[in-house]
Design a protein around this ligand. Structure first.
Ligand code: FAD
Length: 247
């Protein structure tokens, strides 16, 4: 893969890899396993993400159209000894460049990815609350895997239908709800399920991710209806209708 000189200046953060395996985990969730050319020397905490370079942001085209360059996906599984990382990408109905890449990429293809710092981590708390849809589930998997079996865990995962439930690692179980054709944006289905949760009286640590409007509704519910302090709620909007490459 030819590397442009500007990219070389950022080489510390950019890694090149080969797609080793792909496959469907649900009808609308693709697993993509990457093996890096070199050992991965970055620190890693479950919940952290990479940015897949669909187009080089430091090329002329990338400078002119920065929204069409990098797409963000959580590291589902990291195996540094094998220089490997695996992604779970939601195949929503639409036409983003990340979606096209995730749908079409096959084993043997080359890819570059950027390794930024992420701050969507498990925090110390009496209990943990996870809320989101398919894209959030891809982040919650590694976070749940990193929790002790003795941790107290609550949460709701929304997907299109039972066939679209992403299997989660570890022993902790989240409630599942299904949109059945309704929009994932500002989701009433997810909000109602969170409102129905029987949570302990005091606040824990909440991790809320996925569509931006739903994230806002869930945060507002926790703050206004359950008196949670804002600092106990980590909100990470992953996408918003009409916005390309939100982060
Ligand atoms: C920190 C972080 C971690 C993330 N981790 C994951 C992950 O592990 N797996 C994963 O699948 N996604 C993940 N996402 C979400 C993913 O980056 C976005 O869905 C991204 O917009 C996809 O890029 P795209 O090129 O397909 O669409 P874009 O070009 O960004 O958007 C094109 C259109 O598609 C819409 N759109 C984008 N995503 C969705 C969606 N999921 N459902 C419905 N409409 C959508 C947009 O609103 C826009 O109208 C993460 C995002 C962040 C910020």
């Amino acid at each position: 893969m030819a590397r442009n000189p500007l990219t070389a200046a950022f080489a510390r953060y950019v890694m090149e890899a080969t797609v080793a395996e792909t496959g469907l985990v649900t009808p609308a969730m693709r697993r993509i396993r990457l093996v890096a050319d070199e050992p991965i020397a970055f620190p890693y905490t479950p919940g952290q993400h990479v940015r897949i370079q669909i187009n080089d942001p430091l090329s002329v085209q990338g400078i002119l159209r920065p929204a069409d360059t990098l797409r963000t996906y959580t590291i589902w599984e990291f195996q540094p000894e094998e220089r490997a990382l695996e992604l779970r990408v939601h195949l929503y109905e639409g036409d983003g460049i990340g979606l096209r890449w995730a749908r079409e990429v096959e084993a043997g293809e080359r890819v570059a990815f950027w390794w930024p710092q992420g701050d969507f981590f498990i925090r110390e708390a009496p209990y943990h609350l996870f809320v989101g849809e398919e894209t959030a589930g891809a982040a919650f998997g590694p976070m749940l895997r990193g929790l002790d079996a003795s941790a107290r865990v609550y949460g709701v995962l929304e997907s299109e239908s039972a066939r679209h439930d992403l299997p989660m690692p570890g022993s902790h179980r989240l409630r599942r709800v299904h949109r059945e054709g309704a929009s994932a944006a500002s989701s009433g289905t997810l909000l109602a399920a969170v409102a129905a949760l029987d949570l302990p009286g005091d606040a824990g640590a909440a991790y809320v991710a996925g569509e931006a409007g739903t994230c806002r509704l869930v945060r507002d519910h926790l703050v206004r209806e359950r008196n949670w302090p804002r600092k106990s709620i980590k909100v990470k909007p992953f996408w918003a209708p009409g916005k390309r490459g939100l982060h």
